[in-house]
Structures are given as C-alpha cells and as structure tokens.
Design a protein around this ligand. Structure first.
Ligand code: MN
Ligand code: MN
Length: 466
C-alpha cells in the first residue's frame, strides 16, 4: 500500500462520483445556465397543455426556418420540417447528407402532456348556491394536492356549427380563476385520519365556477344559467357543446425561480416540458448538415401513450418510412441503424423522503441529465432495459463533449416505479435509453427542477444530435 496522497489519487481515479454541475462550472457557464432557463420559463408559461406546448414548439421551429411537412411529401438533405399532428403532438426533423441506412436517424422523444384535471362531457351543475364543473383527472395525481389552489381553464370547444373556440382563462392577472373546495380542519377530523389516497375522492374534484343567480324568478338553476349565458356571450356555446370539447384545469401559477440564489425553477408541468424544451432547442440550435435528426413531442404519455397523438401511433414509423423512402433506403434498415433518447424526467433524490430512494442509484439534484438504463417496476417489469453497448456509446459521446451527466433509477427496488415512451420506440427495433431531468415533487401542481440539470440535458441532446 502507498501513502495517503497516492491513495486519494487512486480513489478519485478508480471510483465513480457524481459531479455537481454548478460546482464544476465557471462564471460564464453559470451565466449560460441561468440565461437558458429564461427561455425555458417562457416556454412553460406559454404551453400549459399539449396543444399550447405544440404551438409554442412550432413557433420556435418556424423562427429557425422550419417549414410545415405534409404526409407523403418527399424530402431531401437540408430540409428542416415540422409536422403538426392534430395540434397536440409535433414531429420536428432535419434531413442530413449522411447515408441514413448507415448512420440511422438520431431521435429524441419527449412528451408535452402533463397531469391535470379534465372536464367531463356534461360538466356543469348547480348545488347549494354554487355552480361547479364535474371532472375526471388526467394522469397520476395526488388528488389532495389539487384542492384549494387557483386553477386556470385551458382547451378547445368544437361548437355545433363546427367552429373551434380556444379557451384560456385564469392566466392574466385580471382573469378570474377556478377552484376545488376542501374541507375546513375544524370539521376535518375524519378526513385527516383517512389515507392521503382516499381523503379526497375523484368525484369530489368538482370545480367552483360561479355564484351569481340569473335575474329571473321563473327559472330554476339560476346560477348555472348565469354561467351558461356568460359562456354563450363569450364563446357562442350552449351546454351541449361541452360534449365536443377538451377543457382542462391546470394550476394558475407561473414558472418562477426558487430559492435566494435562484438555482431552481418551480413550475407546473416540468414533466415533461423540461425535456421537450431542451430537445427542441438542441435540434434548432444544431447547425450540422450530416446527421438526420427527429424530435418527437408526444401526447398522452401520462395515460399510457395511447390515442392517435400518443407515442404508440403509427405516425412515428410513417415519418421514418417517409424519410427513408425519400432517401431511397429500406426503413427497416434505417430503424436498425437509428438510436433514440427517450427524453423524460426521473425522480430526484429528496432528503425529506430519503426512505424511498437508494441514494447511490438515484438522480441527484444539479448533477446533470440523468440516464435511467431501465425504468419499470419490481423486477424491471414493463421496462426498456437499454443495452450496455448503447449506454457505452453515449458515455463516450458525453465524455468527448464535456457533458456532466449522471445515472439513476426511480427509487428503491419494489418501492414503486414508472414508465416512459422508451419501450414503444424500442419495439420498432430502435436502440433507446431514457435520459432526462430529475424532478422534485413530480406530478404535483408545482414541481421543482435545477437550472443546472435543464442545461445539462440540453447539452446532452446537442452532443447526441451533432
Ligand atoms: Mn414524463
Ligand atoms: Mn409523468
């Protein structure tokens, strides 16, 4: 055995240790990290639903010279395209000069839907001097977190005449907001003794929408009539029009810096716009001309990636087929040569709840983009378990491009688990691994991330696309 200094040198050479991005950054890098987060916060505030996030992403793409792609259109090297999928999912791609049968397509897939409270199709009713919306929550929420906070109403209504009406109420300071009632502690003795899961039931997530009776003694449900008449004045809708609507309640909070040092960002919907924004900006900022890159912003991840706009849609391979056909290549060969980063968030180790994490194998805040080689639950069930070769390829790539990143998994074995779009992409014979930002309080109305991790994720995607 050598002396102490030799041992500490060996220890640092031989051991794996995570690096805090802020700690390893110089002043100019820290400025870049903070500047980048300003654009991200604007993206968050603009896009609180998948429709709005899709629109915000397309706006950025257009500014970068991307043009609309029509299915069936032939593309060639140098083309920069976006495909708007029903206004709820977006495919952005750039065709490079290199042979896609050999290099494949580099794919980054994130999702732009987030947990929220959706309206039922016959939502409006009046009870005891108040008017409410009936709702059905979307995604995995802790229901008690969604009561007693200001909510904004976002979405679309397709009227009987076929016209589409956009709704966005509760974001301007002068707008009213909406609200889900909770019980006062004085009468909450039984409720407080109940489990967090059961204390607030799905059918009590009713949204307060009004309290002013319509001025006519002849009618019943006067408050409901006031609300209906206001909606009719503003949007030209009747109650039946809710049947063909998609309306969601989302927290009426804006993205803001958290902490005295502003190192963190609090916002609704970090999951998964915190990966969508780096994916889009990494593509738009890339000036390479060789590689072919596809960024997918999928919808419906929070409810299993189903539906026409979910990751399981055939559109994903249709786009790859179309690019392959344009280049005169066999799409099966192209997919086989392609690689994908499934860009989704992961759980961030939280010392306040340390018991559910295994710290050595958890995403640690500010230690960079976190790779989850596998996700799933107990025994890696329902997981895309990426190959060591692909992980090794990315390790080398990130090292060569000075990306500070980390590895982690979602909590202790058998503690719970979760999934992403990774396995649906891997099912098409495309090497895929999960990389994304560690999130504190994931799926809560206000989630927290580190600015360092957002920027590191951007850098990781840039290195991958380059
Ligand atoms: Mn997610
Ligand atoms: Mn999620």
């Amino acid at each position: 055995m050598g002396n102490n200094s030799c041992g500490s040198k060996m220890l640092s050479e031989l051991s794996y240790k995570k690096t805090n991005v802020f700690e390893s950054a110089d002043a100019s890098k820290i400025k870049k990290i903070f500047d980048y987060s300003e654009g991200y916060k604007s993206f968050l505030n603009e896009g609180k639903t998948e429709r709005e996030a899709a629109e915000a992403a397309i706006k950025l793409a257009k500014q970068a010279g991307y043009t609309e792609y029509k299915l069936g259109e032939k593309v060639s090297a140098g083309d920069k395209k976006y495909y708007d999928h029903h206004g709820k999912s977006v495919y952005l791609f750039k065709v490079g000069s290199a042979d896609i049968a050999r290099r494949g397509i580099r794919i980054v897939a994130a999702h732009i839907d987030s947990p929220r409270i959706d309206l039922k199709q016959v939502p409006l009713y009046e009870d005891s001097g108040m008017c409410f919306f009936k709702t059905h929550y979307y995604g995995g929420i802790k229901k008690y977190q969604w009561t007693a906070i200001p909510l904004a109403l976002h979405g679309v209504i397709i009227r009987a005449d076929g016209e589409k009406v956009d709704v966005r109420i509760g974001e301007d300071e002068s707008d009213p907001v909406f609200y889900i009632n909770d019980l006062l502690p004085h009468l909450g003795k039984k409720q407080l003794a109940d489990t967090l899961e059961n204390a607030i039931r799905g059918e009590t997530l009713n949204v307060l929408t009004g309290g002013l009776p319509y001025d006519d003694d002849e009618v019943s449900d006067k408050i409901k009539l006031t609300v209906l008449s206001l909606l009719n004045d503003k949007y030209g809708i009747t109650e039946e029009d809710f049947i063909s609507s998609e309306l969601s309640l989302v927290p009426a909070f804006r993205a803001r810096d958290i902490g005295f040092d502003r190192a963190l960002i609090g916002s609704y919907g970090h999951d998964d716009r915190v990966c969508a924004y780096p994916a889009v900006t990494a593509l738009l900022d890339d000036d390479g001309t060789e590689g072919t890159t596809l960024v997918v912003l999928a919808d419906k991840e929070e409810i299993g990636s189903e539906s026409v706009t979910g990751m399981k849609t055939a559109l994903f391979t249709d786009i790859i087929d179309a690019i392959s056909a344009s280049c005169g290549k066999d799409p099966a060969v192209v997919r086989n040569a392609s690689m994908c980063i499934s860009a989704d968030v992961t759980a961030c180790f939280d010392p306040n709840f340390a018991e559910v994490y295994e710290k050595r194998n958890s995403g640690i805040i500010s230690c960079g983009a976190c790779m989850n080689k596998y996700t799933g639950r107990g025994g890696k069930a329902a997981s895309n378990d990426a190959s060591a070769e692909f992980v090794g390829f990315l390790r080398k790539l990130f090292r060569e491009n000075d990306v500070v990143w980390q590895t982690g998994e979602l909590g202790k074995v058998d503690e719970g688990g979760g999934g992403t779009v990774a396995m649906y992409i891997a099912a098409h014979n495309i090497e895929t691994v999960d990389i994304g930002v560690p999130v504190i309080s994931m799926h809560a109305p206000y989630e927290v991330v580190s600015k360092a991790d957002v920027y590191s994720t951007y850098e990781a995607f840039r290195a991958f696309i380059k």
